[in-house]
Design a binder for this molecule. Sequence first.
Ligand code: UPG
Ligand code: MN
Length: 546
Amino acid sequence: MERRRRLFETEKVGGRAAYRFQAVTVAAGILLLLYYRVTHVPAAGEGRAAWLGILAAEFWFSVYWVITQSVRWGPVRRRTFKDRLAQRYGEELPGVDIFVCTADPQSEPPSLVISTILSVMAYNYPSEKISVYLSDDGGSILTFYALWEASKFAKHWLPFCKRYNIEPRSPAAYFFNSEGHHDRCPPKELSFIKDLYEEMTNRIDTTVMSGKIPEEIKLNHKGFDEWNSEITSKDHQPIVQILIDGKGQNAVDDDGNVLPTLVYMAREKRPQYHHNFKAGAMNALIRVSSVISDNPIILNVDCDMYSNNSDSIRDALCFFLDEEMGHNIGFVQYPQNYNNETENNIYGNSLQVLNQVEIAGLDSVGGPPYIGTGCFHRREVLCGRIFSKDYKEDWNRGIKEKARADIYEIEEKTKSLATCTYEHRTQWGNEIGIKYDCAVEDIITGLAIHCRGWESVYNNPQRAAFLGVGPTTLAQTLLQHKRWSEGLSKVEFVVSSKVILCGMLVIINIPIYEAMFLRKDKARIPFTVTLASIGFVILAFLIPIV
Ligand SMILES: O=c1ccn([C@@H]2O[C@H](COP(=O)(O)OP(=O)(O)O[C@H]3O[C@H](CO)[C@@H](O)[C@H](O)[C@H]3O)[C@@H](O)[C@H]2O)c(=O)[nH]1
Ligand SMILES: [Mn+2]
């Protein structure tokens, strides 16, 4: 049989030899420094304590440096072949569910959230195979209103994007910091769509500022009835509203083409139940989407990360659908790039080393971590499936024509999956879905997926797939790093807690070892007692093995 051509290839990043040479010189420097410290310890009373303290610190940084080499030693780059994907599959491609998370209409303005939503609705991909879900942890009628406006604007925006093949497809980014693709379309049409967009954002911004939705607008959609004066962001019933039903009759754009499904979800919130932040929202989305569209691939993005490259879905599929390697791949991670870098990048927020070198380095040793946004997962992998080479993904899942229930029935059914108590006494947040109880839920979820045998790949194409809003001030930077560090040290602690515990026990027991082996006075423990203790220790170690 003819061997199929690969849908992606892996290249080594250039400059490895230069980096390795530099690393060897640094290693030599570190060793010489440690040698000097160890051989020149001053006498007691002449600064010995400070010397030993510095030695300990330098030793720790040396260990840290050695560990970081594992992620910088062999970075790789992936290249996809979308033309081969097109030749092989045409438009017979799997469905994709896209999750966007938002939490607060004040700090994450709804007009920007919907720009992200519109950018992912406008992927260069068959619309009937895309379902977009917005999770609103703020449970805000203002965000719902903005999404309803977006569902109407999409009818003009999507055909416009596809007709002139514009990039990026976030209207906010396209109109206000575009790279100049405006010449691709007739000026009249451009100003028409721009006016529509500006009118819409003005309406949304003034409504958000006033904090109230005009009564006449509320008459336009039944979804507004979900809110009453008692609802707060921390105390409300589950809300699921299907704003565009892609499988329905009326879901067509201006050109008569099908529109993607668009769903608003605010999971139930009650003060007495812990909501588990973004992880809780994602898990509710996994369940709700399994009833509405149930597509085999899930992409999730933060609401401030718009799609900057309309080919990213096809790019990601080059990995999953590759005949040789695809079946090993659990998720495809894209980097977090920002479009609001500060001058000279003074706080290092563009994450260059992480994005270009370290995550690419991890990609050569089992795969990148899951970093919370810009990631394509297999639904089954998020739901806890353990890797097996016999497993065959059902790529038609979700597309197969099911007897479609009434839209109201679906909404009612899915609400029951987004309640506070649904997960009680289940494995959600543990073996199933995104993990709970960690500030970096994404990292531990990715590690768990690796532990179940799946690999991941990192794709960093020339044209950034997603662009977000990064921190720009020192205060924002510190807050983000504090959260990341807290979360990561927890991961580190879980992994190394046993080692630390054993080390502490050894240190606490130093006087006993002294009495066993070193002391020559009366306090020395008799040899027979030492022997008996060693015997007991060995026995104690054997117990868990037996
Ligand atoms: O209760 C919450 C809190 C946050 N979010 C959403 O989660 C996302 C990330 O939260 P943010 O406060 O912006 O955190 P960042 O530090 O910017 O997030 C980075 O770090 C997180 C933890 O590692 C990852 O989950 C994110 O994807 C990654 O962008 C945003 O879209 C929020 O709207 C919720 O949906 N519910
Ligand atoms: Mn963020």
